[in-house]
Design a protein around this ligand. Structure first.
Ligand code: PEP
Ligand code: MN
Length: 263
């Protein structure tokens, strides 16, 4: 179902007033995690003013260490929704367990499956049955074929609203947190009908590298970008080194628009 032959012109995924795979790039921005009402509201108003269409913010954080901040859970979804509504944005947040799908669906316009859960097949099937629009990230050590098979789990349950997100893969390189696989964008376009966006933040791991990676993704044909933006990254409870400030994000949007216009 995910293959290009099934839908040669490519699929469009529409979430309310936002379309992935259409003419316009979809820009999703917001903090790594929802931390409190003031933080997420500031982020929402700021990214909206700079031109984002959707707000991101983790409520259930899949952290490498069990001692790191794990997110505000359902309260995070609720605060994300409130901030998105205040700013006039749609919102997306991660689900790490099928038991949280009901809460996520109540508060979020789109749900995210993170890199660590790309092959959580029970979760993928449940999301397929839910029909909720989903952003499916690639696993750090998965092939593109495995990623498309993961998408197939969702599609085969009757949910066609799948958008892929390239977020970097693990390689021998240590200068970046992950290596952004820019080639995944044209490969996915060739083999699959699904829209694909790029996450330069989790690939870079470092603020200064986020903008050039996003520009590369857009030049390669991505349908949008999801980027981490925090009103005060130095006090961020997760991913402090890679989150853009609001002024950074304004500049970032200008550069992304230039590449999109030239592409
Ligand atoms: C995220 O986007 O919040 C996240 C945890 O990303 P990833 O699953 O790509 O590591
Ligand atoms: Mn993060």
């Amino acid at each position: 179902l995910a293959s290009r032959e099934m839908v040669p012109e490519g699929r469009k995924v529409t979430v309310q007033n936002v379309t992935f795979g259409g003419e316009k790039l979809v820009m999703i921005a917001g903090p790594c995690a929802v931390e409190n009402e003031e933080q997420i509201t500031k982020a929402a108003l700021g990214v909206k003013a700079a031109g984002a269409q959707m707000l991101r913010g983790g409520a259930y954080k899949p952290r490498t260490s069990p001692y790191a901040f794990q997110g505000l859970e359902d309260e995070g979804y609720r605060l994300l929704r409130k901030a998105a509504d205040a700013a006039g944005l749609l919102c997306v947040s991660e689900v790490v367990d099928a038991q949280d799908l009901t809460a996520a669906g109540k508060y979020c316009d789109m749900i995210q499956v993170g890199a660590r859960n790309m092959q959580n097949f029970r979760l993928l099937r449940e999301i397929g049955r839910s029909g909720l629009p989903v952003l499916l990230k690639n696993g750090i050590a998965c092939t593109i074929e495995e990623w498309l098979d993961a998408a197939e789990y969702i599609l085969s349950e009757g949910n066609q609203n799948v958008v892929l997100c390239e977020r970097g893969i693990r390689t021998f390189e240590t200068a970046t947190r992950n290596t952004l696989d820019v080639s995944a964008v044209p490969v996915v376009k060739e083999r699959s009908s699904l829209p694909i966006i790029v996450d330069p933040s989790h690939a870079a791991g470092k603020r200064s590298l986020v903008t050039p990676l996003a520009m590369a993704g857009i030049a390669a044909g991505a349908d949008g970008i999801i980027v981490e933006v925090h009103p005060d990254p130095k006090v961020a409870m997760s991913d402090a080194a890679q989150q853009l400030t609001l002024p950074n994000f304004e500049e970032f949007m200008g550069k992304c628009r230039k590449v999109a216009a030239a592409a």
